[in-house]
Design a protein around this ligand. Structure first.
Ligand SMILES: [Zn+2]
Length: 270
């Protein structure tokens, strides 16, 4: 129980850093310097006691202490979501390499969801960087390797077959979505998919393997098509110009698929 509570606390702190990334990466600012957070409106450095995850947001009533500018709801939401994801990872896997892998995966997903919603940007640091992290983690936390077993020699052993599955997951899923986007552009003469989405599905494939990446793609397209149309109707947006945050749909779908295929199965063994 104590390790789940500690994972939750670690998630709050990491979530606080992810918020810094969501704000600074799309603006080409360093996420390291300045080390202290600042108010984007009055540029005042934020004191440590006003920078406590979730708590400060509540105590400050969502306003900057100096200038009164509104603090976006995204801050406590990202912090809480990361904390919950870390707690679920440790609850499902204990303090193990798989828990670390899924904590890293959910942290990246939460950042990309928030960044796409807010800025319509999926930073390369998280998509390409995340894909590399996924390939490396595949060696330490073996994927089941459904497709790798069909194509690669059995003699490679579990770890290398797992890396093969991650490479297949990254390559085939991103390749097919890129091809679909390219065809759409040729036929409809407008951009169907951003390159950021392609890089994001590559990262998801590297972490979850090919079957889960394809499942994520299908789920995200369904949610995006139905949810997006509903939103455009309800909010009265212009469907021909409104850009849907497809990366956010991908992120939500990927988290659902990861929880369903990994954490849920372990928490409820048959
Ligand atoms: Zn301020």
């Amino acid at each position: 129980m104590i390790e789940i509570a500690l994972a939750f606390l670690a998630g709050l702190l990491i979530g606080s850093f992810l918020n810094v990334c969501v704000f600074r990466l799309p603006r080409d600012l360093s996420v390291i310097t300045p080390a202290r957070s600042f108010c984007p409106f009055c540029e005042e450095t934020i004191a440590w006691y006003d920078n406590i995850p979730v708590l400060s947001y509540i105590l400050l009533r969502a306003k900057c202490r100096r200038c009164g500018a509104r603090i976006p709801m995204r801050y406590p939401v990202v912090e809480l979501a990361t904390a919950i994801a870390f707690a679920i990872s440790v609850a499902a896997f204990g303090v193990t390499p798989p828990a670390l892998k899924y904590a890293v995966f959910s942290a990246i997903m939460i950042t990309l969801i928030a960044s796409d919603l807010e800025e319509r940007i999926l930073p390369d640091e998280f998509t390409i960087g995340g894909a590399l992290a996924g390939l490396i983690l595949a060696w330490f936390v073996p994927l089941r390797g459904e497709f790798a077993f069909l194509i690669l020699p059995y003699s490679w052993g579990t770890r290398w077959l797992s890396v093969g599955e991650a490479v297949l997951g990254a390559g085939v899923s991103s390749g097919s979505i890129w091809l679909a986007g390219w065809l759409f552009e040729k036929i409809r003469h407008r951009e169907g998919l951003g390159l950021g989405d392609v890089k994001m599905i590559m990262m998801i494939g590297a972490f979850l393997g090919l079957p889960a990446a394809l499942l994520t793609l299908i789920a995200a397209s369904l949610v995006g098509a139905i949810g997006g149309l509903l939103y455009i109707k309800i909010a009265g947006k212009d469907a021909s110009t409104y850009e849907l945050p497809f990366g956010s749909f991908l992120g939500v779908a990927a988290l659902a698929v990861a929880i369903y295929t990994e954490a849920f199965v372990r928490l409820h063994p048959r």
